[in-house]
Design a protein around this ligand. Structure first.
Ligand code: C5P
Length: 232
């Protein structure tokens, strides 16, 4: 069963269902949501998402939708029908595209009688450089579209929190505890810094997945985050 006071999102960037279920079993007690990205979703599909949900965990479907508004609306309907708790779209896809996603997701949730999933907008991928102005402009556009929050690096989290107020989710990947390798991430931050900068959730993949003891690594990361209220 998922930890209900955790701010840790674990990236299930693994090739197979078996590996995903194994990693979920090792870390679930410390994790708030499991992030299912394009690799795992392409190989294992919606049935794995349902399986993770049925085991009592939150799911962040990280497919970064970016297409014409109608197509993204249809993807948003499908993600909502699948029962995920969060999914994301690219803010650079534009206001109309994001509005279409919000509207379609809300309608589907209402039809199903469930709470709509949180929609996050990708500002700028953490593997490429960006300016705070660029990120803030994308975050403003996301909020204007009715999106619930953004995915951004911990370095921009502070400016986003200051400019967007408290009622806006900030999810930060590119997290590297001091004891772990940077891999290909450029703008990394430790869990403490990300939370101190205003992140609601941190996304961690390789520092846990590649650890000799993933359970222990997840626990250390939880301990490294300052205790605080979890966003509703
Ligand atoms: O292994 P690592 O901790 O670097 O994993 C980070 C995860 O966050 C990956 O799944 C990556 O795709 C994702 N991500 C990112 N930067 C973004 C959005 C998502 O690194 N802006």
């Amino acid at each position: 069963m998922a930890a209900n006071n955790s701010r840790l999102i674990l990236a299930l960037d693994v090739p197979t269902r078996a590996r995903a279920i194994e990693l979920a079993g090792q870390t679930g007690e410390y994790v708030s949501h499991f992030k299912v990205g394009s690799r795992l979703f392409t190989s294992e599909g919606p049935s794995l998402v349902r399986e993770i949900k049925d085991a009592g965990y939150g799911v962040f479907l990280d497919l970064k939708f970016h297409d014409i508004p109608n197509t993204v609306a249809e993807a948003a309907t499908a993600a909502t029908a699948l029962g995920v708790d969060m999914f994301d779209v690219h803010a650079s896809g534009g206001l109309d595209m994001m509005e279409a996603a919000v509207e379609a997701s809300r309608e589907e949730a209402e039809r199903m009688g469930i709470a709509p999933p949180k929609i996050l907008a990708i500002t700028v991928l953490t593997s490429r450089p960006s300016t705070v102005e660029e990120v803030l402009a994308l975050a403003e556009r996301a909020r204007a579209a009715g999106v619930h929050g953004v995915v951004s690096s911990a370095w921009e989290a502070k400016a986003i929190r200051e400019n967007m107020g408290t009622d806006f989710l900030i999810v930060t990947p590119g997290i590297r505890p001091a004891w772990s390798a940077k891999n290909d991430q450029r703008r990394v931050a430790t869990p403490e810094v990300a939370i101190a900068n205003g992140a609601d959730y941190i996304v961690v993949g390789r520092p846990i997945r590649n650890a000799e003891d993933p359970t222990g690594a997840a626990k250390i990361i939880i301990d490294e985050m300052a205790p605080a209220e979890v966003p509703q």
